[in-house]
Design a protein around this ligand. Structure first.
Ligand code: ADP
Length: 402
């Protein structure tokens, strides 16, 4: 079975074609600048990389180009479109409507449209991608895999904000959490590695990338997560502030003559480690600048690390313990300095790492960096959201999803 995984952004469309018999990627790539001048498709297979520069006024045109590339005689990966058995779409928000992946129907689509206002930066683009696929491949089964679904097991005490209950009911204002597909994948991989029943495990997963979130996974189920109603909450990120006193909004609005929308844009785009350091949102630049003595870069890394530590500590309290700490995503998998700093002075919790193992470059497999005396397993696990989407799509299409 071959599954096409589609991740549509507002001006981008990333894809992977996965052969599920071997779970191997047979083609992958992405369209950039859809709807903007200078659109480009980058397509990779075992035969190499192909770049196609062509106008893509909308997602439908982009998708058609992707399908043409996939079946191209010279640089394609399959002979005909009929070899694509199903499509799995990444969808950011499920609201309270879906607690698992679902097959696409008109009813499902209606609910997604109604939920679009909860994630205005992502949902309209996700919907465009789905609609383009439906038009171009009307008879291919499709599944939607939601970023929020893994967090749907959070108990009310974790997802409720202390606001008027009626506003939660009426406007759906609550913690949802994001990066669920990644937290699910790495926690399941960790459980396999630990070799004990899922019910007996207490895991904290740190997805640290351009956007970062941390989850508490008790008995294989998410019981809390750091992102909230939107992906702005939690630890500081590349350009996002993370948690902040909401009264700052009113103060900043007055001082900087901002509207509420300006304030939210500011917190999303001009803050985080980029705002603190004044150097970059990218941890490769930050660690380099810090090593060269840049004080603000050092401070930005410090603020980030301190907040990650605090979340880990609070989730250990929430679960009354921890067996395993997992690092994943761009920073979690690669920036050993951050892992070292996060795990420093955590011996009270039984967490320590092996300095040398921690500095080894990741080789794409599970890397155990636990110290010899560490009671807690500390693992670096490369995330693979596309594979989870493909696996869940396969289960749904085969009617095996429980
Ligand atoms: P996104 O949320 O955009 O998918 P990623 O998970 O790719 O983000 O993470 C991006 C972050 O990971 C950046 O801060 C980057 O500096 C950091 N990083 C550190 N080392 C690497 C590396 N070798 N490759 C990719 N990202 C890296």
């Amino acid at each position: 079975m071959k599954i096409l995984v589609v991740n549509a952004g507002s001006s981008s469309l990333k894809y992977q074609l996965i052969d599920m018999d071997t779970e191997s990627v047979i083609a992958k790539g992405g369209c950039e600048r859809i709807g903007i001048r200078g659109s480009k498709l980058t397509h990779k297979t075992s035969r190499g990389e192909t770049n196609i520069e062509q106008d893509m006024p909308n997602h439908k045109v982009a998708l058609k180009l992707v399908l043409d590339a996939l079946v191209n005689e010279k640089y394609g990966a399959i002979k005909s479109m009929s070899e694509i058995d199903a499509v799995g779409h990444r969808v950011v928000h499920s609201a309270e409507d879906f607690n698992r992946s679902v097959l696409l129907t008109d009813e499902v689509m209606k609910k997604c449209r109604a939920n679009a206002e909860l994630a205005p930066l992502h949902m309209p683009a996700n919907i465009l991608g789905i609609e383009a696929c439906r038009e171009v491949m009307p008879s291919t089964p499709m599944a939607l895999v939601f970023d929020t679904a893994f967090h749907s097991t959070m108990p009310p005490r974790a997802y409720m904000y202390a606001i008027d209950y009626n506003d939660y009911k009426e406007y759906k204002v609550r913690r949802y959490g994001f990066h669920g597909t990644s937290h699910k994948y790495v926690s399941q991989e960790a459980i396999k590695y630990l070799g004990k029943p899922a019910e007996e495990t207490k895991i904290v997963t740190c997805h640290l990338g351009g956007g970062s979130s941390i989850s508490a996974v008790l008995g294989g189920k998410c019981v809390d997560t750091s992102m909230g109603f939107t992906p702005l909450a939690g630890v500081p990120m590349g350009t996002r502030s993370g948690d902040i006193d909401p009264a700052v909004l009113e103060y900043l609005a007055a001082k900087k003559h901002y509207t509420i929308l300006d304030c939210v844009n500011y917190l999303n785009k001009q803050c985080g480690v980029a705002g603190v350091s004044g150097v970059s949102s990218d941890f490769r630049d930050l660690t380099k600048a810090a090593a060269e003595g840049n004080e603000r870069a050092k401070l930005a890394i410090d603020v980030f690390v301190y907040n990650v530590k605090k979340y880990i500590g609070s989730y250990i309290a929430a679960m009354n313990g921890i067996d395993c700490l997992v690092f994943t995503a761009g920073i979690g998998e690669n920036t050993w300095q951050v892992r070292r700093a996060v795990c420093e002075d955590m011996n009270f919790f039984g967490i320590s790492i092996d300095a040398l193992k921690n500095e080894q470059k990741n080789d794409g497999t599970i890397h155990d960096i636990s110290g010899a005396d560490s009671k807690v397993k500390v693992l670096v696990i490369p995330t693979n959201e596309e594979l989870v989407i493909a696996r869940e799509t396969k289960e749904l299409v085969e009617g095996k999803a429980n």
